[in-house]
Each structure stands twice: as C-alpha cells, then as structure tokens.
Design a protein around this ligand. Structure first.
Ligand code: 5GP
Ligand code: ZN
Length: 145
C-alpha cells in the first residue's frame, strides 16, 4: 500500500499538482467534477490515499468514502435539479476502470434523459440453474464467515 502514486492522475489532483473542480473535501476523501461528464454534475469521489480496488481500502477509508458519497448524492442532485442518480464504481480494468485509483461516480439522472439503468453495464445475461445459483450463494457466503 502506498499513500500517493506519482504516476496517478488522481493522486496528482489530491496533491494539487493538476487542477480540478473540487466540490468537497474531508479528512480522507475528495470530490471533484468529472472532466468528461456523462451528465451535468457528474462527480467523482475518491479516497485521498492511492488504492486501485475497493477491496484494497481499509475499513476506515471505506467508511469515509461511503459517508462522503452519502453526503454528496443529495447535494449534487439538488445542485443540478436531477430526478435521481446512478452511483457506481468501475472496480478493476475488466469492469472498465481506466484510472487505477478508487473512484465512485455520481451521475445525475433526469426523467427521459435517454440513459439506461445500471443493469445495462454487463454483457449477456448468464443462464444459471437453481443448483448453480445455490453453489454461487454458498461460495460467497462461506467466504464471509
Ligand atoms: P473510470 O473509467 O476509470 O471509472 O473513469 C475515470 C473517469 O475519470 C472518467 O469519467 C474520466 O472522464 C475522468 N477523468 C480522467 N482524467 C481526469 C482528470 O484529469 N480530471 C478529472 N476531473 N476527471 C478525469
Ligand atoms: Zn492515485
């Protein structure tokens, strides 16, 4: 684990080395407008320390990150008069993560904006039998014990 990575664009934003439209800062998290927004108000929320994956965060950092998202979602929606929002992480390159520093997207949504629900992000839906679903549920549950 490293706190800051000099090759990481979001670490450089945290360090103030490249500009951003910062909207909120707490001890451990930073929020700024996405430079290439999917909607007005598209905001990124990041832990200030450098980690690529959500699962790399320690419990405290995860808590601060979620609390910051929780605080900001209604504020962002209100600021752009949105009807809702999608809140999501691209976690890992297979999931479309391009910047390897954890970031949650807050994407404001508007009635009839032509967008899709989060269900649109995955590929083809798998055909899973009841037995396969049971096995998957067991595999997840036993790893949480
Ligand atoms: P990802 O695909 O990694 O989840 O999304 C990265 C996001 O970061 C993209 O939405 C992209 O527009 C945004 N982004 C990339 N570079 C910069 C930057 O230098 N500044 C800001 N504000 N956003 C950036
Ligand atoms: Zn970083």
């Amino acid at each position: 684990m490293t706190d800051s990575n000099e090759d990481c664009i979001f670490c450089r934003i945290v360090e103030g080395e490249i500009p951003s439209r910062t909207v909120y800062e707490t001890d451990g998290a930073l929020a700024f407008l996405d430079a290439n927004p999917l909607a007005p108000g598209h905001t990124l929320v990041i832990p200030t320390a450098h980690h690529q994956h959500l699962q790399d965060l320690d419990g405290h950092s995860a808590h601060v990150l979620y609390e910051t998202l929780h605080d900001l979602v209604p504020v962002v929606e209100d600021a752009v008069d949105a009807d809702g929002s999608n809140v999501a992480f691209n976690n890992g390159s297979a999931a479309g993560q391009e910047v390897p520093h954890v970031h949650g997207h807050i994407v404001p949504r508007f009635e009839n904006d032509g967008g899709s629900p989060i269900h649109a992000i995955a590929g083809e839906r798998p055909e899973l039998s009841d037995a396969e679903l049971d096995d998957i549920a067991d595999a997840i549950a036993e790893r949480t014990e």
